[in-house]
Structures are given as C-alpha cells and as structure tokens.
Design a protein around this ligand. Structure first.
Ligand code: SF4
Length: 363
C-alpha cells in the first residue's frame, strides 16, 4: 500500500477540520461542508464537491487526501452477517462485521491490529499485536461497510443503526484515536449515530475508564468472564494489573450521575471453567448493586482454542441463577459463525511485533 505525506481528512473530527481550514486562511464553515460530502453524500473525490470553489479544491488536493483502507474480501454468512477483511498495510489486515437483525443493524469495528490483552479464549489474541489503528482506519471501516451495504438507508430505514467497538483490539489502549472516532460516528455532520447506540467494549483498562467518562458519551460493555480474580487473571490477563474490585469501582464511577447509563457485562461461557452455579451465584453477588445487563456468550471455537462451549442446559441454568437474583441476563445468539465472524473469532492477518506471537507485555 502506498504511503503519503498528505494530511488524511478521515483522521480529523469537526474541530480538527475547522482548525485545518483556518490554518489555510479559509473560513471554518468549510469543515461542515466537507463533512457533509464525505459522511452524508459519501463522496470522497474533491472534484465532485460542487459547493467548494475550484481554487479551494485544488488547494485541498495539494496538501490533503481522503484515504481509506482497502477491502480485500467480503463474506456473507447464511444468517445474513457480513464480514470484511480490510487491508491496513502490506502486512496487516483487520476484520469488520455487520450483524443484521429485524429492528437494527449492528456494525462491529476493530480498534487495533491484533490485540495485546491476550485473553485466552479469543482468536484475535492468538494473532498477537502489531499497532493501534488510526482514526481514519477506524472510521474507514464504517465508511467502507456503508458503501458495501449500498448506502446509509434502505427504504428510508437506516442500515447501520448501532456501532460496537468490539472487534479486534482493546479500544481503551488506543484512547485518543478511539475517542475521536466515536465523536465522528456520533456527530450529526458525521455518521449521526445516536449516543446510546454506540458501545465501547473493554477488558477493563481502569485509568482510561475514568478519563472516558468525562469526555465521551458512549455506552460501556465490560468483558468480565469470571467472578473471581484468580480465574479472571487466567482468562483476561489485564486483570493482574486491574483486579475486579478496581474495575467495578471504575464502572460505578462511569455510570454515577448518569441515570440512563448501565453497564453491559460480557461473560463467555466456557465448559467446566466458569459456568457452574457457584460462578453464577458469585457473579450475581458481585453485580447486585450496579445497574447491569449481562450478556452470556456461547464460546465460539477457533483452531487454537483450548476451551469448549458450555452445553445449552448449563447456559440456561447459569442464566436462571442470575435472573433469580434479579439481574437482567440474556444468552446471546451466535451469529456469523459459518464465516468465522462470531464473537471472539476475528483474526484478520497480523504481523505480530515483540517477543513471540503473544505480546501481553505491551500494557
Ligand atoms: S477479547 Fe478483546 S481484549 Fe481480549 S484479546 Fe480478544 S480482542 Fe483483545
């Protein structure tokens, strides 16, 4: 892939663009004009932007560009899910998934090439870690998926209604680019997705959660997967640095004073590992006082996996224990597993850096 010294406009949110135009001696309203072309009309050719003078278009083309990553392939599953393999550079590709449902369409985007968190049940972790994605590479996934799905709306209805940062990578380890991407996703001049329909999923980077609360309006999903530190240390190694008690404190802070906020807890059920009645009871005790919803996720196998999926009976029993304790718990339906697009299956193509394939020493 060719590199360029020009400024990529996909890396800029509204404020950046206003400053960019001011630095060129132009008026700041040009920022809104260009964003409408890019995100509303889906135009990325300066020459087509008819309300921008020829002179300014030429100036823009000299110092800036609208550069997107490149779609390598698109797979469509039997249940209608789409998975795109997206080339970031000569050695690395990431994956992006669209999950259509009757009342919504959810796009699951990636924030890093691979992931350094190294959760033991996750295919992305087995790829190792290369680097953070830029804002343009994160936002580019939304732009390319929209393009591939035939535009923003179908029959007057939005095609992509929800966005989850739940693909490859730990979003809070790529804080600035992720926060800027969320701003562009939610901005009416950007993709205009409502605040409550954008969800960031984290394994629990505690200091970043404190920062995030005050600068971004995004719903939070937390990958918990175990009610005890000893077990969570094994499943989510980040727990060794930020144990459950600290994570819960940060989550309570995240929702404090924001009555509409609650935490979605992700809990992948692994046969014989974290799926007993005792685990469910301990989980219920842990979350009793936090406004919560618990997503129970059937484990989705991948070639190197050392776990098995819990039986349907075990999953039902686990959910029933949580519900008996007054918690909202749902078992997530597996989608897109025939194209390896289900939760925990995203792999892409990652040229891992650092010692060995796994790089959990990064954080
Ligand atoms: S589950 Fe999420 S945080 Fe954990 S390794 Fe996979 S992508 Fe990273």
């Amino acid at each position: 892939m060719l590199t360029s010294n020009k400024l990529n406009i996909f890396n800029m949110d509204l404020r950046d663009l206003e400053n960019f135009f001011i630095s060129m001696g132009e008026r700041s309203f040009r920022a809104a004009q260009i964003m409408k072309w890019i995100y509303h009309k889906h135009v990325i050719d300066f020459d087509t932007m008819s309300n921008i003078s020829k002179l300014l278009r030429e100036k823009l083309a000299k110092c800036s560009e609208l550069r997107l990553p490149e779609v390598v392939s698109e797979l469509v599953s039997k249940d209608g899910c789409h998975k795109w393999l997206i080339r970031i550079d000569n050695s690395n590709c990431i994956e992006t998934v669209f999950i259509p449902e009757i009342d919504r369409g959810t796009l699951c985007i990636s924030s890093q090439i691979g992931c350094p968190v190294d959760c033991s049940f996750c295919a992305t972790a087995h790829q190792g870690f290369n680097r953070n994605l830029t804002t343009a590479e994160i936002i580019g996934q939304v732009w390319l998926a929209t393009n591939s799905l035939g535009g923003y709306t179908h029959g007057g209805n939005r095609i992509i209604t929800n966005i989850v940062l739940m693909g490859m990578g730990e979003p809070l380890l790529n804080f600035c680019n992720v926060v800027k991407s969320i701003a562009l996703i939610q901005d009416d001049l950007g993709f205009g997705i409502s605040k409550r329909r954008v969800t960031l999923s984290t394994a629990g980077v505690v200091p970043a959660l404190y920062r995030l609360r005050d600068i971004s309006e995004v719903s939070l999903a937390v990958s918990l997967h175990a009610p005890y530190d000893k077990l969570r240390d094994e499943l989510v190694p980040l727990n060794r640095k930020y144990p459950i008690s600290e994570l819960l404190k940060a989550c309570n802070y995240y929702i404090a004073g924001k009555p509409y906020r609650r935490i979605t807890w992700e809990y992948v059920l692994l046969d014989g590992i974290n799926d007993s009645v005792q685990h469910a009871t301990a989980l219920a005790a842990l979350l009793k006082y936090i406004p919560s919803k618990i997503n129970l996720i059937p484990f989705n196998p991948f070639p190197e996996a050392r776990y098995r999926r819990s039986s349907p009976e075990t999953m039902t029993r686990f959910r029933d224990v949580l519900m008996k304790h007054g918690l909202t718990a749902i078992t997530r339906r597996t989608r897109g597993d025939d194209i390896a697009a289900a939760c925990g299956q995203l792999a892409g193509e990652v040229q891992a850096r650092g010692r060995g394939r796994r790089t959990s020493q990064v954080f």
